[in-house]
Design a protein around this ligand. Structure first.
Ligand SMILES: [Zn+2]
Ligand SMILES: [Zn+2]
Length: 356
């Protein structure tokens, strides 16, 4: 494992394959009095005992299986997570609730989390809050709550080395992941706007991208990363120019590319959504809450910059799919969300045929 120092105190422990999932890159912060390890990865989990860093406490950016995979190598130390993600480390049930899977997928993922990612419940894990500072003696780790990916997802600013550790705001070409039960696209968008203004010398991600030097490079990657959300929505709206069932929408893959099995889906077959309904097919079951444009386009009302529907929870229910892929789409289609990209509004005003 490559140890890449970013300053006197902060060192990136570069994960296998550059930190590609299921691996990731952890951050070691060494002060005069204490050393903290942030997000012990699967690569850390696989280190020989002699190669493990000497650590006094473990900090996790959020409670996803890949970010806590190495926690069990430090069973006697305090583990710290944001209070909102704490249920995920307190018990396996909590961890599963964060993902929100069902049926065969849930059972398969439960095994993966425990066997492949070495999940260990720690009922005594500790909560941190936004703004909390871990003073390690000459080095400090400041918590910045950055929800969206999960409820408690946090980034860390390491001083004085001036490193911003971004967790799963991973700046990848895939774009933001907000497909879990505890994810929120709205929160993620607020978080993306918030982190843009955080100045640092180094920006480090858990997956893929690794370390960026300076705010200019960070902002450039962040803009591309954020732009993926709008691109997904545009593709979704284009597809919905004609009626499609939820199965068809899911199969079309607006979040995971065709042929890309996806993060959790790669571990097991995605169950088909039972009772799939054809959007816009009136009189045959419930239709997708949408609107007809020129009698042909079916798109969620939220995309039309309308105020939030009063019965949003009832509407949301009609999107529920017991599949991971379904979860992705539920996030994209949440009626509560206000559509903000000009691109999509423009598409809706265009006649369906030429741009289909
Ligand atoms: Zn994650
Ligand atoms: Zn991750």
């Amino acid at each position: 494992m490559e140890w890449r120092p970013l300053g006197e105190h902060a060192t990136v422990l570069v994960g296998t394959q550059g930190g590609k999932y299921p691996h990731g890159s952890s951050l070691l912060v060494t002060g005069r009095e204490e050393t903290a390890l942030i997000d012990p990865s699967l690569s850390v989990a696989r280190l020989a005992a002699a190669d493990l860093p000497r650590v006094d406490r473990v900090l996790n950016s959020h409670c996803h299986e890949d970010h806590v995979a190495g926690n069990h190598r430090f069973p006697a130390l305090p583990w710290h997570l944001h209070g909102l993600d704490l249920p995920g480390i307190h018990s396996l049930e909590g961890m599963m609730a964060i993902h929100g899977l069902e049926g065969a997928m849930e059972a398969a993922f439960r095994r993966i989390v425990t066997e492949d990612f070495h999940f260990r419940a720690r009922p005594d894990a500790l909560a941190f809050t936004d703004g909390e500072v871990f003073d390690l003696g000459g080095a400090r780790v400041r918590v910045i709550h950055a929800p969206g990916h999960t409820r408690g997802h946090s980034v860390f600013h390491v001083e004085p080395d001036d490193v911003l550790y971004l967790g799963d705001i991973d700046l990848s070409s895939f774009g933001p992941y907000y497909g879990d039960a505890w994810s929120s696209l709205e929160d993620f968008e607020r978080t993306l706007a918030m982190v843009e203004d955080i100045e640092a010398r180094w920006y480090a991600t858990f997956h893929h991208v690794g370390v960026l030097d300076g705010q200019g490079a960070f902002r450039e990657r962040l803009a591309r990363f954020s732009g993926v959300i709008a691109a997904r929505e545009c593709r979704l709206l284009e597809f919905l120019a004609a009626p499609h069932t939820l199965d068809e929408i899911a199969a079309h893959r607006f979040v995971y590319r065709p042929g890309d099995p996806g993060r959790a889906a790669e571990h097991g077959p995605a169950p088909r959504a039972p009772g799939a309904r054809r959007a816009g097919a009136r009189g045959r079951g419930r239709a997708l809450p949408g609107r007809s444009v020129s009698g042909r386009a079916y798109a969620p009302n939220s995309f039309l910059r309308q105020p939030e529907p009063k019965k949003s929870s009832a509407r949301r229910k009609s999107f529920t799919l017991p599949a991971v892929i379904g979860h992705q789409l539920i996030s994209d289609l949440m009626p509560k969300r206000s559509m903000t990209t000009l691109c999509c509004a423009q598409n809706l005003r265009m006649p369906p045929l030429p741009w289909r």
